[in-house]
Design a binder for this molecule. Structure first.
Ligand SMILES: [Zn+2]
Ligand SMILES: [Zn+2]
Ligand SMILES: [Zn+2]
Length: 146
């Protein structure tokens, strides 16, 4: 989803993108991982975006509503990740919390014939390649910090 379209969608939800809010959104998009509202708030503050926790909650709520964010419930905490356009699934790394979008549909479900499926959702949780090699003692890894 391009920026203008997203801005328009947020505007329709009465969420005006001020400069501070825009950098908050930018940080969220660029993080590439799932974050709790508190984590995003802390991160925004560290990057000099002066937004309140209420604004963070509101942004995540509105983004979720327009389909640009996806909530994940992991060990009792609600995390949010930015979600791009088009049908896709998510692979969530439980070590570094990076979220990868999978464009191919997983096919591990057997649905009895009498159920008529209209749509589907599936999010997968596990360990990403980077964290797997880190676990093997490959400290050099890819040079990416988790
Ligand atoms: Zn997504
Ligand atoms: Zn990982
Ligand atoms: Zn699918």
């Amino acid at each position: 989803m391009d920026k203008e379209r997203l801005r328009q969608l947020l505007h329709e939800q009465n969420f005006r993108l001020t400069r501070e809010r825009e950098s908050l959104l930018e940080l969220f998009v660029q993080s590439g991982r799932m974050l709790t509202p508190a984590q995003l708030h802390k991160w925004a503050q560290e990057h000099g975006a002066r937004v309140g926790l209420t604004t963070v909650y509101r942004l995540l709520e509105v983004l979720t509503k327009v389909g640009a964010a996806m909530p994940f419930l992991v060990e009792g905490n609600i995390y949010y990740a930015f979600c791009s356009d088009g049908h896709h699934h998510h692979f969530v790394c439980l070590s570094c919390h990076r979220v990868h979008e999978l464009r191919e549909c997983p096919s591990f479900l057997h649905v009895p014939r009498e159920f008529q499926v209209e749509s589907h959702r599936a999010d997968l949780f596990g360990t990403c390649p980077h964290c797997q090699s880190a676990a093997l003692g490959d400290a050099a890894g890819t040079g990416l910090t988790p």
